[in-house]
Design a protein around this ligand. Sequence first.
Ligand SMILES: Cc1cc2nc3c(=O)[nH]c(=O)nc-3n(C[C@H](O)[C@H](O)[C@H](O)COP(=O)(O)O)c2cc1C
Ligand code: SF4
Length: 518
Amino acid sequence: MSLRIFIPGDAGAVAVGADEVAAAFATVARERGVVLDIIRNGSRGLYWLEPMVEVETPAGRIAYGPTAPGDAPSLLDAVLGSGQHRLRQGRAEDIPWLKRQTRLTFARCGIADPRSLADYQRQGGGKGLERALLLGPPATIETVVQSGLRGRGGAGFPTGIKWRTVAQTSAPRKYVVCNADEGDSGTFADRMIMEGDPFVLIEGMAIAAFAVGATKGYIYIRSEYPHAVAAMNAACAAARRGGLLGRGIGGSSHDFDIEVRVGAGAYVCGEETSLLESLEGRRGVVRAKPPLPAHHGLFGKPTVINNVLSFASVPIILEQGAAFYWGFGAGKSRGTMPIQLAGNVKYGGLFETAFGITLGELVDDIGGGTFTGRSVRAVQVGGPLGAYFPRALFDTPFDYESFAARDGLIGHGGLVLFDDTVNMARQARFAMEFCAIESCGKCTPCRIGARRGVETIDRIIGDDNRAAHLDVLQDLCHTMKYGSLCALGGFTPYPVMSALTHFPEDFGAAPKRLQAAE
Ligand SMILES: Cc1cc2nc3c(=O)[nH]c(=O)nc-3n(C[C@H](O)[C@H](O)[C@H](O)COP(=O)(O)O)c2cc1C
Ligand code: SF4
C-alpha cells in the first residue's frame, strides 16, 4: 500500500512553494524507498497555512502547514512514525476555520482529485445532472428558481429567471457562457473552483444547457489564470471521455460541449456584453441593453451567461432540492456565499457560509483583523466598485439587501481589509483612476468623468479651492452614477462617495459639512 498525500496544485499554494514541496517529498520518498502517491488537490482555502500538506490516515486526512521543501524529511518521518510534528494542524475537517463553514459550492474543493472524473463521481459528483435529466427542462428551471439562487458575479440577478427567459426563446442555436473573468480585487473563488473542482462547473453548465436547450458552451477565463485554463481544458477533455460532455450527455439525448477561451486582459471584459464582444473576436466594448443576452447574446443567439460560482452552485441544488438550498441564508439572499478575505488580513482565504453573518464577524472573528496587527480602519466589499465600510458599519449583515441599504454591494464576495495607515482620499483617487484606465470609452460620464474625477480629487488633496472641489466631486459622482451605460462608470461613485462620507478627515473636510451636502 502506498502512502497518499495531498499537496495543492492551486495557483495560490504554488505561489508560496507548493511545487517545490511536492518535488521535495518525491525526492525524499525515492531516497528512502517509500512508495508515495502525491495528489495535487485544490486548496482548502486556508491560505496562511499554504502549502498545506494532508496525509491520508485511518483517522482521516491530517494537515500540516505552512510547509517548506526543507520540511519534507521530518514530515515523512512524522507520518511514518507517531504523526507528531510542529506543523501538525490535526484533522483538516477539524481545523476551526474550516469547521465553522457551510461548504455547499466548495463541498469537494481541496478534497477530490481535480484531474479525475472518477474521483469526482466517487465523492458524489454528477448527481445533480442525473436528477435534472430525470426532472426534464421545465422542472429543472423551476428548481433553480425556487432555490433562490442569485448570480454570484455581482449583480445578484435570479439565476433561474435568466434560464427561463432563454428557455422560452426559440432559436436554432443557443449558448451557455461562463464568466470566469474574475477581475474584482481580493477575489479568487472562481479560480479555486476551476483549479480545485472543475467538474462541478462543467456539471452546472451541462445542467443549464439541458434546461434551456443549448448545445454549445464557452468558459471565458482571464489570461492571468493559466493554471485554471489548464485545469479546465484537462477537465473538459476528461468529461468528454466520461460522457459528461459531447454527444448524449449523461446518457441523455442532449448534446453539449464546452470550449475554453482566454480573455485578453481588461476588467471591463467581465461585464457580460463586453465579454460577448470579446468572445466574438472584437474589442471588449459594452453593448447597450436591451436587447438582453438572454434574447440576443453570443453571435446574436439566446445566451445564458453566468458566473462560475452561480453554475457551480447548481449541482447541489438539483441533487438536494430547492428547499434545501433555500434553507440557508436570510431574506432574499438564499443559500451560501463563498466569501474571500484578502488585503491586509491575518487569516486570508475562502470562507463559505450562509448569508446573514455580519461584516464584523467576518473581519474580526474569521479574518482575525489585520496582518500588520494594527486596527482595521476600512474594508472594501465587492471589488473595485464596492464601498469602503468603516467599523461603525460592521454590524451590517452580509447579504445583498443589507449592503445596498447602506450604499454598498457584496459583488462577488471579496473583502479587502485596510489598517489605520490607509489614506482614504488616495483610495478614492485610485477608484477614479482605475475607472479612467479600465473604461471601455463608450459613454461620456465614465470616459470623461473618471478623468475629471482624478483631477478633482488631486485638487482636493492639494487644498486647491477644496470646498468648491468637494462639491464638484459629489456632483460628478451623481452624474456618473445615473448617466453611465454600465456599472463600471455607474458604481465607481460607491468607493469614492463612501470614502468621502465615512472618512472626510482624509479629504481635509469637516464631517458635518459633508453630511449637510448629502
Ligand atoms: C465592469 C464589470 C466587470 C464585471 N466583471 C465580472 C466578472 O469578472 N465576473 C462575473 O461573473 N461577472 C462580472 N460582472 C457582472 C456581469 O456583467 C454579469 O452580471 C454576470 O456575469 C452575470 O452572471 P451571474 O448572474 O451569474 O452573476 C461585471 C460587471 C461589470 C459592470
Ligand atoms: S460606463 Fe464606462 S465601461 Fe461602461 S459603457 Fe460607459 S464607458 Fe464603457
